[in-house]
Design a protein around this ligand. Structure first.
Ligand SMILES: N[C@@H](CCC(=O)N[C@@H](CS)C(=O)NCC(=O)O)C(=O)O
Length: 227
């Protein structure tokens, strides 16, 4: 199948955009990217994004929304697959992708909450979730073993957030999950993952944290001033 004309509508910090970008990079698909300001989206964005979220993939100018729908579509229109061929193993991979979505939700809440009890609870949830993953990851380099998979594409942006958090303050999130931490570090060194964010990512993320008024942003405010 000839690859259609593809344009990814993106936002610099979005982890859901990153997973689509990682699949595009892994599968050597040529595409254009357009970054928009999510706080003031251009009027045309509402016509292509029914949920008013990124990513959107324009496929020959026709919009596709929801990151996993986009990732699965890209996987299907190209040779090879980022999923295992066995139906049960594939379904299990999808279940762990959902688990990754939950970690992302808890991570957002961790960034945003101003309730000390909730903040502590979310920190413990994150520690627990990564500890659960410690028993699920393979002994190989990637989630399933030797080969990079869709699960890896989904978790790489999660690890990018957590590496950034640890750079500001060590909350011991991976204290019970050393192998998960090593898996994350490996993913963040992969070229497809490095290329999934713009060069301004670190500054953009710091700018985002500076605008927050939350327990997390207050706890890292001194380090944010230095960086
Ligand atoms: N379930 C969606 C989530 C995408 C999402 O939450 N994107 C955020 C940016 S990271 C967004 O566009 N938010 C805009 C808003 O909520 O107004 C997906 O997987 O694509």
């Amino acid at each position: 199948m000839a690859t259609p004309d593809l344009k990814l509508i993106s936002f610099t910090l979005c982890p859901y955009v990153q997973r689509a970008m990682i699949v595009l990079n892994e599968k050597n698909i040529s595409f254009d990217v357009e970054y928009i300001d999510l706080s003031a989206p251009p009027p045309w964005f509402y016509d292509v994004s029914p949920l008013e979220k990124v990513p959107v993939l324009l496929v020959d100018e026709k919009p596709l929304f929801e990151s996993m729908v986009i990732c699965d579509y890209l996987d299907e229109i190209t040779a090879g697959s980022l999923y295992p061929s066995n139906a049960f193993a594939k379904a299990q991979n999808r279940a762990w992708i959902e688990f990754g979505n939950e970690i992302l939700n808890s991570t957002y809440d961790f960034f945003l909450t101003d309730d000390p009890k909730k903040f502590k609870h979310l920190k413990n949830i994150l520690i627990d979730r990564f500890e659960v993953l410690e028993d699920e990851i393979s002994n190989g380099d990637y989630f399933n073993g030797a080969d990079f998979s869709m699960v890896d594409a989904v978790y790489a942006p999660v690890f990018r957030y957590h590496k950034s958090i640890a750079g500001y303050k060590d909350y011991g999130i991976f204290e019970d999950a050393p192998n998960v931490k090593a898996w994350g570090d490996r993913l963040l060194e992969r070229p497809s993952v490095i290329k999934s964010v713009p060069g301004s990512y670190k500054e953009d993320l710091a700018g985002y944290f500076k605008k927050l008024d939350s327990i997390f942003s207050n706890e890292i405010s001194e380090v944010l001033k230095i960086n």
